[in-house]
Design a binder for this molecule. Structure first.
Ligand code: CS2
Length: 405
C-alpha cells in the first residue's frame, strides 16, 4: 500500500490530512513526532486508531496510521522512512515555529535546534531531517507543507536547501516538489470531558467544516482525496484564510484574554469583539484578489458562525501562543498593503496593539510570553521599551506608527 510519511502528529493533522486520507482509501500514514513520545505511546496502545469527534456530526474511527516514530529517540529510523520508495508524500504540520525561520523568512541558523542539527548530531528538526533524508533519496517525492504560513511549500523548500548547503549535503531537488497549500479545520486540544465521553484517551475534537487547497504539483501519486481543490496558484486562498480567519482568531485571542474570556465562542459572543472581528476582516478583505473579495463578506459571516460554535471550546490561550510567528502574515502584510495604498486600517491596528498589550500584561503578571521570542519580548518590556522596540524584534518597527492611525 502506498504511504504518506507525516511529520508532526498533533491534533490538527489527525483531524485534517488523516481524515481526508481515510475517506480516499488505499493509503496509509506513518507518523513522525518531533518531540515527545506521548502521542506515539497513546496511539500505539490502541493500534494507532483513534476517534475523531466531529461536533454535531458524531464520531468517526480513524484507522489510517500504521506506525509513529519519535525522531529524538531514533533520527536514523526517520531518515529510512524519508528514503522509502513506497512513501510518495512527506507531509508536514509542525506549526509556524517548527520551521525555525527568522523575521526575513529564511532559515535561522542561530536557532539552537538548527545549530544542533548543523553540528552533525542526528537531526531533530523537520528541516534537518528533510535535508538529510532527501539528500539520500533517489525516487521522486512530494513534500507537502500543511502549516499556516504564506507560501508554505516554497518556504520549506528554501529552508531545506539552505540547510543542505550549510551542511554540505548533496541535495538534488529536481525530483522533489514542494506544493504550497492552504489548510483549514478548527481543531482544539483534547479535553478530559471528550476523553470520558468517547472512552478514547486519544480522541480528537473538530468541527464539521474542512477545507484544503493544494498547488497541483505532485512528483508522484497521491490519494484520491475528495473535496480537495487542486489549483495552479494557492496564494489567493492562502491569503483569504490567513488574513481573515487566522487574523480574526489572533485578535479575538489577545483582546478576548484581556477582556477576561477563555474561549473563542465567548470572545466572539461579546458584541464589541464581534464587531471588531467583522471590522478587521472587512479591512483585510480589501487586500485580497478581486475574485476572493467578491465573496469576502459571505466568508466573514461564515467564519463568525464557526467561531460561535459553543461546543468546540477553542482556548484563546492556545491561539495566543507564538504571536511573533503568526502576526506577520496574519496582520502585518495586510496593514502594509493598505498603508501603501493610503487606506487606514484601524481595526487591524487595534489587533496588533492587542498583541502588544497582551505581552505587557503577561509580563506584568509574571507569566512567560509563550512565544519563541518570549524571553526577548519580556526583556524589552522590562527595560521600559516602547512598542516599536517589540515590533523591531520581528522587523516591524515600521508599523509602530501605522497601528496608531
Ligand atoms: C488558530 C489556527 O491556533 C491558531 O493560531 O488560528 O490553528 C486555526 O484554528 C486553524 O488555522 C483553522 O484552520
Amino acid at each position: 500500500m502506498p504511504r504518506i510519511l507525516h511529520i508532526g502528529v498533533g491534533n490538527f493533522c489527525r483531524a485534517h490530512l488523516a481524515d481526508y486520507t481515510q475517506d480516499a482509501g488505499g493509503w496509509s500514514v506513518t507518523g513522525v513526532s518531533l518531540r515527545s513520545a506521548a502521542v506515539r505511546d497513546g496511539l500505539a496502545a490502541q493500534g494507532f486508531d483513534y476517534t475523531l469527534a466531529i461536533q454535531g456530526e458524531g464520531t468517526k474511527r480513524i484507522t489510517v496510521f500504521d506506525d509513529i516514530l519519535v525522531a529524538p529517540e531514533d533520527p536514523a529510523a526517520v531518515l529510512v522512512q524519508i528514503v522509502a520508495e513506497d512513501v510518495h508524500i512527506i507531509s508536514v504540520t509542525v506549526t509556524e515555529k517548527g520551521y525555525h525561520l527568522g523575521a526575513d523568512n529564511r532559515l535561522d541558523t542561530s536557532d539552537p535546534l538548527i545549530a544542533g542539527d548543523l553540528s552533525g548530531r542526528g537531526p531533530r528538526t523537520v528541516i534537518g531531517l528533510l535535508a538529510h533524508g532527501l539528500a539520500r533519496r533517489r525516487a521522486p517525492v512530494t513534500v507537502l507543507s500543511c502549516d499556516n504560513r504564506n507560501d508554505n511549500g516554497d518556504t520549506l523548500r528554501n529552508a531545506v536547501q539552505e540547510f543542505a548547503a550549510r551542511a554540505a549535503l548533496p541535495l538534488d531537488t529536481s525530483r522533489v516538489t514542494f506544493p504550497n497549500s492552504m489548510v483549514d479545520r478548527i481543531t482544539p486540544a483534547t479535553t478530559d470531558t471528550l476523553r470520558q465521553v468517547t472512552g478514547d484517551k486519544m480522541a480528537v475534537p473538530t468541527e464539521p467544516f474542512r477545507e484544503w487547497v493544494i498547488e497541483d504539483s505532485f512528483a508522484g501519486p497521491r490519494p484520491e482525496w475528495r473535496d480537495v481543490q487542486f489549483v495552479t496558484d494557492v496564494a489567493p486562498h492562502e491569503m483569504r484564510k490567513l488574513r481573515m480567519l487566522n487574523a480574526a482568531h489572533s485578535m479575538l485571542a489577545y483582546a478576548g484574554i484581556l477582556a477576561g474570556y477563555d474561549y473563542v465562542h465567548e470572545a466572539v459572543g461579546d458584541s464589541r469583539l464581534r464587531a471588531e472581528a467583522r471590522a478587521l476582516m472587512a479591512e483585510a478583505a480589501q487586500t485580497l484578489a478581486p475574485e476572493v473579495q467578491a465573496k469576502a463578506l459571505a466568508y466573514a459571516e461564515a467564519l463568525i458562525a464557526r467561531f460561535d460554535n459553543p461546543h468546540i471550546n477553542h482556548s484563546l490561550r492556545q491561539i495566543a501562543m507564538d504571536g511573533s510567528q503568526k502576526l506577520p502574515y496574519r496582520m502585518f502584510e495586510s496593514l502594509r498593503a493598505l498603508h501603501a495604498d493610503d487606506i487606514t486600517a484601524p481595526a487591524l491596528g487595534r489587533g496588533v496593539r492587542a498583541w502588544l498589550a497582551f505581552c505587557r500584561a503577561e509580563t506584568a503578571a509574571n507569566r512567560a510570553v509563550q512565544d519563541p521570542l518570549g524571553p526577548e519580548i519580556a526583556r524589552v518590556i522590562a527595560a521600559g521599551g516602547p512598542d516599536a522596540d517589540i515590533l523591531a524584534l520581528i522587523d516591524a518597527a515600521d508599523l509602530a506608527a501605522v497601528i496608531q492611525e
